[in-house]
Ligand binder design. Structure first.
Ligand code: FMN
Length: 394
């Protein structure tokens, strides 16, 4: 693991617990994770082999690739990824995908989840699920996932491509009224914690997040991918990724999306603080994380856990050792003994632009009252009062 991660500190993990250094454990909606790093729903959670590898390497929790009852309706194409590269060494900074949810038979994925819980009973496993607008379908998928032993559910209300054509994913996640209703069905049925995974492809993410939390969800996960078109091939004139010469807008991820993800996470954290305080509502931050320092930023803005998808596709499952090492380094630098010592502590520094102007005016006034700091500041009009202000023994 070289490149951008060269020199990142790394720590040995035993069942996800660092053998040394500050405590990274978190408890979210009653689920105890040895560290806050969660495999996000996507290719790193597609089957038993990869999810077992994630637990072995020490990931704090795993969320499987999104499941639906009828996998036959899910047909993937290839190529389905396109990368944005930058700088002289053509480093990957952005990633577009037009991949759908899991195309494996639902029963096969349930067997995998069951086997994982048998072999890793103390580790946290969530099923990501998505269904159409039909109460019985949601009830069936929840019942069958719970019977496989999963510890929680993440609802994919946010896939930006393919599924919205069938009224699923982002199509549902943009409609607050429908969300409250569907979350009501889901939470009347579910007996484990439910996180609603939200789309960033909306101006104000607090609206659907509020609807999901009012509908009984224990947590919000943000963000899913951002709708994107990677580019147009200037030789063929075809947009990328081209499948038989055509494409469809996809979802953008990896480090280029981190500033957008942080803004959305900040907004949801404010919502939870201001409208759901004391109700044990949780927030899982996602988008562009590949170092422990990236994760620290999400935690400082109020996330309880941090998910990683594309970072694992680029760097592999051992990345978690560097994520934990980097986060511990940040915590040691500040003498933080645990995640609760700093979680959400940067959220207080967001305010309105009008307030920024006021604060700046007040700072300038205060500075003037302190007196003349260098000779260029003497004004002429206020000359005598400026001199008087600096007299010590008035
Ligand atoms: C190839 C690929 C497939 C994905 N599939 C899913 C999915 O099935 N369900 C889901 O909720 N999110 C899916 N995602 C979104 C990720 O879980 C995550 O929200 C997003 O990529 C941003 O995080 P990242 O920058 O760490 O990748 C997928 C992302 C990628 C790159």
């Amino acid at each position: 693991m070289g490149g951008v991660l060269k020199g990142e500190p790394e720590v040995e993990l035993q069942a996800g617990v660092p053998v040394d250094g500050p405590d990274l454990s978190v408890t979210v909606n009653g689920l105890r994770l040895p560290n806050p790093f969660v495999i996000a729903s996507g290719p790193p959670g597609t089957n038993y082999a990869v999810m077992a590898k994630a637990f072995q390497e020490g990931w704090g929790a795993v969320i499987c690739k999104t499941l639906s009852l009828d996998a036959d309706a899910v047909v993937n194409v290839t190529p389905r990824y396109a990368q944005l590269r930058a700088f002289a060494d053509r480093e990957v900074v952005g990633w577009e995908n037009i991949e759908l949810i899991s195309d494996r038979p639902f029963e096969a994925m349930l067997d995998d989840l069951r086997r994982l819980k048998d072999e890793f009973p103390d580790r946290v496993l969530l099923a990501s699920i998505m269904e159409e607008y039909r109460r019985e379908a949601w009830e069936e998928i929840i019942e069958r996932c719970e019977s496989a032993g999963v510890d929680g559910l993440e609802i994919n209300f946010s896939c930006p491509h393919g599924l919205p054509e069938r009224g699923m994913g982002m199509a549902m996640g943009q409609d607050s009224e429908m969300l409250t209703e569907v979350c009501g069905w889901i939470n009347a049925k579910a007996t484990v914690p439910v996180w609603a995974k939200m789309t960033p492809n909306i101006t104000d993410i607090s609206q659907p997040s509020r609807a999901a939390l009012l509908g009984g969800c224990e947590g919000v996960s943000a963000i899913n991918t951002i709708q994107s078109v990677m580019g147009v091939n200037l030789k063929t004139l075809r947009p990328e990724p081209a499948v038989e010469g055509y494409t469809t807008p996809g979802g953008y991820s990896y480090k280029a999306v981190k500033p957008i993800a942080l803004a959305k996470v900040m907004r949801v954290a404010q919502l939870i603080r201001d409208e759901f305080g004391g109700q044990d509502k949780s927030l899982s931050g996602i988008g562009g994380v590949e170092t422990g320092r990236d994760a620290a930023e999400f935690l400082l803005l109020g996330a309880d856990t941090v998910q990683v998808c594309t970072g694992v596709m680029v760097h592999g499952y051992p990345l978690v050792k560097k994520l934990c090492g980097g986060l511990q380094q940040f915590m040691s630098d500040h003498d933080f003994g645990g995640i609760d010592s700093f979680k959400g502590s940067s959220l207080q520094y967001f305010t309105t632009h009008r307030d920024l102007v006021e604060r700046q005016r007040a700072a300038i006034r205060a500075k003037k009252q302190e007196g003349i700091l260098n000779d260029a500041e003497w004004t002429g009009e206020e000359f005598t009062s400026e001199a008087a202000k600096m007299v010590a023994n008035k």
